[in-house]
Design a protein around this ligand. Sequence first.
Ligand SMILES: NC(=O)c1ccc[n+]([C@@H]2O[C@H](COP(=O)([O-])OP(=O)(O)OC[C@H]3O[C@@H](n4cnc5c(N)ncnc54)[C@H](OP(=O)(O)O)[C@@H]3O)[C@@H](O)[C@H]2O)c1
Length: 282
Amino acid sequence: FLSQEQAAPAWFLSLAFLGTLYAAAFSFRFLAYLALCLRRPKDLRRRYGAWAVVTGPTSGIGRSVALELASRGLNLVLVDLNAANLKEISHTVRSRHAVQTKTVVFDLSLVSTAQGDEALRRLREAVAGLDVGVLVNNAGVAKPGAVYLHEADVEACVRLMRVNLWALTEVTAAVLPGMVERGRGAVVNMGSASSEAIPSFPLYTMYAATKRYVAQFSRSLYVEYRSKGIDVQCQSPFFLAIDLRVPLIKWIPMENWRILILTFHTRWLFDCMIAIHRIFFP
Ligand SMILES: NC(=O)c1ccc[n+]([C@@H]2O[C@H](COP(=O)([O-])OP(=O)(O)OC[C@H]3O[C@@H](n4cnc5c(N)ncnc54)[C@H](OP(=O)(O)O)[C@@H]3O)[C@@H](O)[C@H]2O)c1
């Protein structure tokens, strides 16, 4: 056997060596990933700070994130455009968890207008002096939905770009100085699989493009701020159950679920049907 192995050509041995190295590296990465999944959740309050800022916390993913952070003992600054919805989520959070909340009414689609500047000033005031450790840039819009670019409503497009990328940038810039000062913090940006996991997302071109910005913004920001103790993460979900108050799924006690159930939202389903129809019957 030994003499046979010694007779193996050098190219074969080199390839076998490289293969073994690759398999070992892959196994190590896989085990490290498993260990990451199985470890105990971080104490966010101790690691990052006592407060979290969440944009778009009144429905969908943002609502779940806000409730989850509150369940981990973080006080919340809730940012949304609708005062009544903000009051409702703020009350819900405080009735379930022993945390404090602050609300900031901010229509993110008005960023960089006089009204937007005023709202941003209120946000800066709200976070001033607070130990804000976590920022979740969740608010995002997909309207105008599935349309050809030349047919899209211009105002809806402008709103989409303002909310999905401009406001996200401004809000991050408003919260970061405190984190830098304290030398710790985490920024979680809500991207989308539409820009990360699939090569293109026709008819949602602008939406996917704004989410690509979010991903690249997060990557670069991570490198920029990691030496200052700030973690930056971009979440890229596929389709998720979003409006948790949709009557069709109201019977499912979803709000307390830690894992959002993968499903199609009726609005997305409707948009997808339009998209398919328009591709085949232009
Ligand atoms: N659901 C999905 O399938 C999916 C997939 C990939 C990525 N995402 C991303 O995940 C994030 C959350 O999505 P979602 O599905 O949970 O959305 P959603 O249910 O529509 O909730 C969006 C939240 O953002 C708020 N918001 C919308 N426009 C705003 C504005 N101009 N100013 C301030 N707040 C505003 C909404 O407030 P009101 O309720 O008061 O209007 C709501 O609280 C978004 O960034 C989205 O792009 C979602």
